[in-house]
Structures are given as structure tokens and as C-alpha cells.
Design a protein. Structure first.
Length: 202
């Protein structure tokens, strides 16, 4: 229960951080006339920037968890899920990195984090409880690995879906809307599959 509570708190703080981050950044660039904000273009620019800065490390965390599943799980369906996560999220990371450099004129920093920049290190530290516990996945008994993986990956996916819904509501870019839709559809489907497996295997 304590782990689940930490995950929920971390997810909420991360989502709030993204929202505050792009609002604060937008306001910092407003002219006295407010013209740049009149059509929402700056708001869209900043939600795109902050979403990419947050979603890349989030995807990287899922990939690390999936790689552990390839090493430790024996179930074919788990191996298929892990391979799908690695393939889809690696592709999305590559897309986001290319878009970021094209749109904002610089590569994504390896330590970029819209939440850390917008809210400070105290809030950013909550990422640890959101991103999953790799040590637990490495050390849990082999017979319990699949259930532990699912316990961690479901809230990890749920946070990605919440972030993607925020993006879909705020971005003006077609590429980002399509990315958000893909994340919502694919990861919601994977959540449903993992829940059914968990019920059958526990």
C-alpha cells in the first residue's frame, strides 16, 4: 500500500509539474501586449517541450524494466510484451529527440526535466517512486518476477497515459497529437492485458 501511495503521489506531482512548467515558461516569454499568448502558440510550444523532456526519461525507465523482463521472465507472453515495449518506446524516443532538436534548436539534455526546472529538486525527487524500483525487479524471487513487473508497470503506464491526455488537450502540433493518441491507445491496451494476467497468475 505504501509503495502504491508513493507511486500515485509521484504521478500527481509529475503531471502538475509539467503543467506548471509550461505555464511558467510561457508567462516568462509574454510580451507586454500579451500578443504571443493570444492564439495559444506559446502554450503549445512549451507543453511540447516539457512533455518531451519528461517522457523521454519515463520511456527509458520502461525500457530498462522491459530488458529485465527479457532476462528474468519465462512466460512467452511476458517476453512478447517486453519486446513490444522496447520497440515502440525506443521508436518514440527517437522521434521525440528529432522533433525537439528541429523545433527548439538544441538536443534534449541528458538531464533535462521540465518538472525539475519548473518546480525544483524537492518535487523532482518524487520521480523515483514513479519510475519503478529496478532493484526490486533485479532481486525479487524468480517465481514472483512477473507479478512484481506487472505491479510496477501498470502505474508506470497509467502515468504515461495521463501525461499523454494532457498533451493531447494542449498541443497544436499534429505529430504530438498522434504521439499522444498512440501512447493512450497502446499503453491502455497493455494495462488491460497486464491486469488480466495478474488476476490469472497471482
Amino acid at each position: 500500500m505504501e509503495k502504491n501511495s508513493n507511486i500515485i503521489i509521484g504521478a500527481v506531482l509529475l503531471i502538475v509539474g509539467i503543467g506548471l512548467g509550461y505555464v511558467i515558461s510561457s508567462n516568462s516569454f509574454r510580451g507586454s501586449s500579451g500578443y504571443m499568448m493570444s492564439n495559444g502558440s506559446m502554450m503549445s510550444q512549451n507543453i511540447d517541450r516539457h512533455f518531451i523532456e519528461e517522457m523521454i526519461p519515463h520511456h527509458e525507465g520502461a525500457i530498462e524494466m522491459a530488458k529485465l523482463a527479457l532476462l528474468r521472465s519465462k512466460r512467452p507472453e511476458m517476453l512478447s510484451l517486453a519486446n513490444g515495449i522496447i520497440e515502440a518506446q525506443t521508436r518514440e524516443i527517437n522521434d521525440m529527440k528529432a522533433w525537439y532538436e528541429d523545433w527548439f534548436g538544441t538536443p534534449v539534455s541528458s538531464d533535462a526535466s521540465g518538472m525539475m526546472g519548473g518546480m525544483g529538486h524537492g518535487a523532482g525527487m518524487q520521480m523515483g517512486s514513479v519510475e519503478g524500483d529496478l532493484d526490486a525487479l533485479k532481486t525479487v524471487a524468480a517465481a514472483e518476477f512477473d507479478l512484481e513487473f506487472i505491479r510496477q508497470m501498470i502505474p508506470h503506464h497509467e502515468m504515461a497515459v495521463m501525461m499523454a491526455r494532457m498533451l493531447a488537450a494542449g498541443t497544436a502540433r499534429t505529430e504530438m497529437k498522434e504521439l499522444a493518441d498512440n501512447i493512450i491507445v497502446s499503453q491502455s491496451r497493455e494495462i488491460d492485458v497486464m491486469r488480466s494476467w495478474y488476476s490469472a497468475w497471482k
